[in-house]
Each structure stands twice: as C-alpha cells, then as structure tokens.
Design a protein around this ligand. Structure first.
Ligand SMILES: [Ca+2]
Length: 345
C-alpha cells in the first residue's frame, strides 16, 4: 500500500490495536481522500481456467491497485487479449492498455468464443502486439515501484527477464504459484501445481530473479470457492462486472462439459450448466493473488527458501531464494466476504 495521508497515518497505529473496524474505516478514508493506488501489471492466462476472470474483476474493483497493463499468457494470446478487451470495454475500463503475450498457437480456449466477434482494433485503449516489450517498458518507465501480478504460467515473465534483467530491480512479483505443504483440494501431499508445472523453466527464472516475491500456493488459494448466500449475492448483483463475469463462467463451463462429453444433447448440457451456474463458483485460485497485492492480514505468511523442480514442484531447499508464501488461512471466511463485498459493490 502506498503511504496514506497524514491524518490516516496518525490514526493507524492506535486503531490497529483498538478496533479492526476502525482501522478498515480509516483505510477507506485514506483511499477516498486520494491516497495513491499501487501500480500493477496483470499477467494472466485467462480463458484456460475461469478464476482469472474472477481475479480480473476483483482487480478492477480494488481502488488500492492501479492496473497499468494486462498481458495475456499461454496458447493463443491474441484470442485471450480479445476476451480481456471485451471485458474491459463492457466494464468501462478501456484506459487500461493490453499487451499480447508470447503466442504459442492459433487455436481456441474455453472462453474465447465469448469475444470471437470483438475486433481488437476497435478497443478504445492501447493494444500492444508485443506484450512482453510493453511489460518491460511499463516497468522501466514507472516513476514508482510497480508490482507484477502473475496468475498463470510464466513464459511472458521469463522472456521479459531475459530481454531486460533490470526489471527485477524495479518491480515486486506477486503470484499464484506452487504448493508448499498442501496440494490440490487441501490434500496432505504437495502437488505439481499447474502454473509451475506448465512451464517449470520459466517459473524457475522468475523465482530466482532479484525481485521480492510473494505467492499464494495451493495451501491457501486452492481452498477458495463461493457457495450459498455469498455466491448468490454475486449471481444476482447484475452489474457490468458480475454479469459479464457470469456470462464467461457459463461459456467456460459449457465448453468444459462439451469437451468431456462430445455426444451430450443441448437440453442436458443446458441443465448441467444451469445447475452449476446457479449454485457455486469453481475454485478461485487467482483471486487470492490480487488480495496479496493489497493485504496479507487474513493469511499466515512464511518466508521460505523455495526451489522449482523440473517436474513442477516448489520445494523447500536450504540456500534457495527466500519467498514469502501464504501457507495457511487465518480467515478463509473473511477472504470470501472481502471478495463478495468487492465484486458486488
Ligand atoms: Ca490463471
């Protein structure tokens, strides 16, 4: 967080001890009265899993963060950029530049049909064809320290570090990566987490660079779902942020079922999609990385020496670079409330 104004600063230490609610009110005052937001770049593999779209929505709804660029990662990064552009256009945030990341193929992804008709040249903001260069320039030209918020595999970040290693001196790195003590679904055995395993070499490059690193591994991010009243609040909010998010959720979910059951008829497909859409979110891994760029009070952090193995594990290895890891929730419910409050405001 950037320094709040003098009034807020003078009240912070007393309020932090006296009453958490008072602290929240003072922080809200600080931002309402013009405290500078933290500049961030979002590097996202949006369209593979749906949680990136939830993370993007949370970022747009968080006044503590000022998004200077969104870069798309993995696969058909141009098709993914169309989804980002349409979402930013629909939500009135087209001042945010978009960078097309390293393109790996021309195929489709689970959400890309949502923006198939969107013409990138009609995006009112800037679209950089070389997203990696745009990321480098955004970091190097930023008057203040910037945060790279990475919520996918890291081919863009690895290439950026290769082209311009000095970005690691000018940026902080916050990511959704790895698995320390727990694996998928809270299992007692660590997993080769997808964002690491999909490009372990790139992750190792990012995790050994000179910048400070903060991650939410599966230990925390793998446990986040919205269900019940919390999910219903998002479902029925009907704002540009939530309705476009839910449209993407619908297309993503339908596409997943179609891929798994090629012979499914339309009526059955609609029934299955509606059941899911009306009841709960999927696991919202990436939303926790956005939260970590703002606050860490709801998680327990450990600074650990982390090495990335060739098969995609993040292991504690003496002598490896120390990384701040969110290893456990102090209040998962508190985070879910935070997420719902942000998305529905
Ligand atoms: Ca992701």
């Amino acid at each position: 967080m950037a320094a709040p104004n003098l009034f807020a600063a003078s009240m912070l230490s007393r309020a932090a001890f006296a009453c958490p609610l008072a602290l929240a009110a003072i922080l809200a005052f600080a931002f309402a009265s013009g405290a500078a937001a933290k500049p961030v770049i979002l590097d996202t593999d949006i369209c593979d899993d749906i949680d990136d779209t939830w993370a993007l929505a949370l970022l747009l709804q968080s006044p503590e963060l000022d998004c200077k660029l969104v870069t798309t990662a993995v696969g058909n990064t141009e098709a993914k950029a169309r989804v980002v552009a349409k979402y930013l256009d629909e939500t009135g945030r087209t001042q945010i530049p978009i960078g097309i990341g390293v393109k790996q193929h021309d195929g489709g992804h689970r959400q890309t049909s949502w923006a198939e008709q969107y013409d990138l040249s009609s995006y009112p903001g800037t679209v950089h064809k070389d997203g990696v260069q745009a990321l480098i320039e955004t970091v190097m030209n930023s008057p203040e320290r910037i945060t790279i918020l990475a919520i996918g595999p890291l081919p863009n970040i690895a290439l950026a570090l290769e082209r311009e290693p000095r970005i690691a001196e000018k940026a902080d790195f916050v990511g959704m990566h790895g698995s320390i003590y727990k694996g998928y679904g809270g299992s007692a055995t660590p997993s080769a987490e997808y964002n690491v395993a999909a490009d372990a070499k790139a992750c190792r490059k990012a995790f050994t660079a000179a910048w400070p690193i903060k991650i939410t591994p599966l230990d925390t991010c793998g446990l986040v779902h919205l269900r019940g009243d919390k999910y219903q609040k998002v479902l029925h909010r009907n704002s540009a942020i939530t309705s476009n998010l839910l449209e993407n959720y619908r297309i993503w979910h339908a596409d997943g079922i179609r891929n798994a059951r090629k012979d499914i008829d339309e009526a059955n497909l609609a029934r299955l999609v509606n059941n899911q859409l009306n009841s709960a979110s999927s696991t919202l891994f990436d939303a926790v990385a956005i939260y970590l760029a703002i606050r860490t009070d709801l998680v327990r952090m450990e600074q650990l020496p982390i090495a990335v193995t060739d098969d995609g594990y993040t292991k504690i290895v003496e002598g490896a670079k120390k990384i701040d890891c969110a290893v456990e929730w102090k209040s998962l419910e508190g985070f879910e409330d935070f997420l719902v409050e942000r998305l529905t405001k």
